[in-house]
Design a protein around this ligand. Structure first.
Ligand SMILES: Nc1ncnc2c1ncn2[C@@H]1O[C@H](COP(=O)(O)OP(=O)(O)OP(=O)(O)O)[C@@H](O)[C@H]1O
Length: 356
């Protein structure tokens, strides 16, 4: 295993063309479980293929520990890789498929047997080890692919490119949990590419959020939720995403459509200094109903959806659409819903970047 460092990395597929990856500096710590999350076309696969050696970056270096691997071929890099669709040998047994990467590295048969059984046990493949792979379901075949990616102990990292795409929805959840357990047991560096926030947030210790070839934020699921450093992170993570309101800042208040909303004074000062397009951001679940005697904002309610544990209110605050998560909808009065934006939950953004 190794710490993987991307030094001033950038990539253009054609010289002079658009950057598929904007210049970046990034470290994948040894033994970390990372998710690479972003919408289609943001550069996730390009970044993964640069780490594995399938693509050579047009700029910058890739370091595995102290070793510069930028120009090394994939087979010289010690990487396990699992793709969207199963990559297995149909005519071989499940055992031989799992053993293949180990026999390739000339490991003795005692070790191969022990290791294959260990991995098969973790993935629930022990009962089919003797079966030919071609007779198995798509789910089982993808489990074999996962096993082949995880079977070697000496890899620098294992890279997963949307590995659960072909998996039946009810099994997806189970396999995500399984991969987390595998990570805890094997202590490998794992990088998991997905455009699905639930997959990213349940799998990873740290999530790397990308947009248009740029890394916008690297953080724990909690940090991405509580302090999105970019409006896109706030909008992309959470269901629904964060509310954003164009605003001005007056003293220690954000002014939204003439309403004065108290914000953290240090943040207000930073926003005034930053200038540009200012926005106030707050999560739907962090807005709270106002007490009877409290000064409040009034949300005009358009729709209330019962989502089991909570109710989701969609409404308007002045010109702006707003979502509020409510425990009890009886708080909605005839004029609308009276709410407070707690100061500690109201964040300010200047030109899409968190200030302060
Ligand atoms: N071989 C290629 N040649 C030219 N451009 C490419 C090539 N592969 C990807 N691109 C472009 O690079 C950008 C990033 O693509 P990439 O596949 O890395 O994104 P992604 O986030 O993995 O998307 P998806 O989730 O759809 O797989 C896109 O604009 C894409 O069109």
């Amino acid at each position: 295993m190794a710490r993987i460092e991307l030094n001033n990395l950038a990539h253009q597929y054609a010289p002079g063309g658009d950057y598929a990856l904007q210049p970046m500096q990034h470290v994948w710590e040894d033994g970390g479980a990372y998710a690479l999350l972003g919408p289609s076309g943001c550069g996730k696969t390009t970044l993964l293929n640069i780490i594995s050696g399938l693509v050579q970056p047009s700029e910058g270096r890739v370091m595995f520990g102290d070793l510069d691997v930028t120009t090394l071929a994939p087979e010289q890099r010690n990487i396990g890789q699992v793709f969207q669709f199963p990559v297995i040998y149909d005519t071989m047994s499940v055992f031989d498929n799992l053993a293949f990467p180990l026999r390739n590295r000339k490991h003795g048969e005692d070790y191969v047997e022990r290791r294959v059984k260990h991995i098969a046990g973790m993935l629930g493949l022990e009962d089919v080890l003797k079966r030919r792979a071609n007779n198995l379901t798509a789910d089982a075949k993808q489990k074999i692919s996962l096993g082949r990616g995880l079977v070697r102990e000496d890899v620098a990292a294992v890279l997963f490119d949307e590995p659960l795409t072909v998996i039946d929805p009810h099994l997806k959840w189970q396999l995500r949990r399984k991969l987390r357990e595998v990570h805890e047991q094997l202590n490998l560096t794992l990088v998991y590419v997905t455009h699905d926030q639930t997959e990213a947030l349940t799998f990873a210790d740290k999530v790397v959020v990308m947009l248009a070839g740029q890394v916008l934020q690297v953080g724990t699921p909690q940090a991405l939720f509580e302090r999105p450093e970019h409006t896109f992170v706030g909008y992309f993570i959470g269901s629904p995403g964060m509310n954003f309101f164009d605003c001005q800042v007056d003293g220690s208040h954000a002014v939204v459509d003439g309403e004065h909303i108290p914000v953290d004074p240090t943040m207000a000062e930073a926003a005034r200094n930053a200038g540009g397009l200012l926005q106030l951001g707050i999560r739907p679940g962090l807005i709270r109903p106002a007490g009877a005697d409290e000064s409040a904002l009034t949300v005009k309610v358009d729709k209330v959806e019962d989502l089991g544990d909570y109710e989701l209110v969609t409404g308007h605050l002045g010109q702006h659409q707003v979502h509020v998560r409510l425990e009890e909808s009886e708080k909605i009065g005839s004029d609308g819903l009276r709410v407070v934006f707690p100061t500690e939950n109201a964040l300010l953004y200047a030109d899409d970047k968190l200030v302060g």
